[in-house]
Design a binder for this molecule. Structure first.
Ligand code: F8G
Length: 251
């Protein structure tokens, strides 16, 4: 048995996506992103501003799904839109599909006029991607998620933002895609998805085979760093003592 789990590697990789942000509103959507952001706040970036995901800015860093311990402010949805427009926000969303150019879909699968699956709609994705730093979390990396072209564009990738003009491209900043297999950015040739690292125990071939487009790979691909002892202590004893993370990313 290894000394750390895949879920813990993912949490540390998500934390790293937020480590250089300074004082910014971190908006993690979903459980592993919330774990990674709180881990970053307790380690690499204490200046992160976090919320309970509903309406409260938190002064402390409580465990996943615990009640707010110390409340610092009021951030209902209508005020989130002010922060989205102002731009001091880094959001990590989910992605039903991500394509070669870093466009994301959380809206529908199939022809938009008659989708085979209706998902939750594009929600905040268009506004987020033209105003805020945006990352994505994909818990099950596979060819059904990483597709040549998304069926509906919810989150706008850099090539599409540039084609739409400066109103869309000026603040477009797709920072990281973290999956259960590796870490990616969108700085491959022609603003395409590029492999930055493979998680411990995962090969580059495995990632390429699980990706439904020609993934940009530059030379030797490093291994995603292992979580530190301090991080493991925080994840296991402070933030996620019930080990919810393993349900999302089984080892
Ligand atoms: C598929 C695929 C696939 C799934 N290809 N089929 C099938 C083919 C699957 C199932 C069926 C369902 C700022 C801001 C906002 C706010 C602010 C403003 C946001 C106020 C808040 C409100 C608002 C957006 C935040 C997210 C979305 C996160 C996800 C996933 C999921 C999927 C994990 C929940 N590739 N995939 N299928 N939101 N979502 O076989 O078929 O489809 O599949 O930022 O909102 O308005 O603005 O779970 O789907 O980040 O990560 O969607 O939806 O339950 O059950 O897997 O089984 O039914 O036959 P899911 P799933 P079947 S920011």
């Amino acid at each position: 048995m290894s000394e750390f789990t895949r879920a813990e590697v993912c949490a540390a990789a998500i934390a790293d996506a937020f480590k250089d942000d300074g004082e910014i509103f971190a908006s993690p959507m979903g459980m592993l992103p919330m774990l990674g952001v709180r881990l970053a706040k307790l380690t690499s970036n204490p200046d992160l501003v976090i919320s309970d995901g509903e309406s409260l800015f938190l002064a402390g860093t409580p465990p996943l799904f615990a009640k707010a311990d110390v409340v610092e402010g009021w951030i209902p949805f209508r005020r989130v839109f002010d922060v989205v427009a102002y731009g001091k926000r880094h959001v990590m969303m989910g992605a039903t599909q991500v394509d070669r150019h870093g466009n994301q879909n959380i809206s529908a699968i199939g022809d938009f006029a008659r989708p085979t699956r209706q998902m939750l709609g594009s929600r905040g994705a268009p506004g987020n991607t033209v105003n805020n730093r945006t990352s994505y979390w994909v818990p099950k990396h596979g060819i059904r998620v990483f597709v040549e072209q998304v069926d509906v564009v919810s989150g706008v990738g850099p090539a599409r933002a540039k084609a739409a003009g400066p109103g869309a491209s000026k603040y477009n900043d797709i920072h990281r895609i973290v999956s259960n297999l590796g870490v990616f950015d969108v700085h491959g040739p022609g603003d395409t998805v590029r492999l930055l690292s493979v998680h411990p125990g995962v090969s580059v071939d495995e990632v390429v085979a699980a990706t439904g487009f020609a993934l940009a790979v530059d030379g030797e691909v490093p291994v995603t760093r292992e979580p530190t002892e301090t991080e493991l202590m925080i994840i296991r004893n402070v933030l996620d003592p019930k080990n919810l993370r393993d349900r999302e990313v089984p080892s």
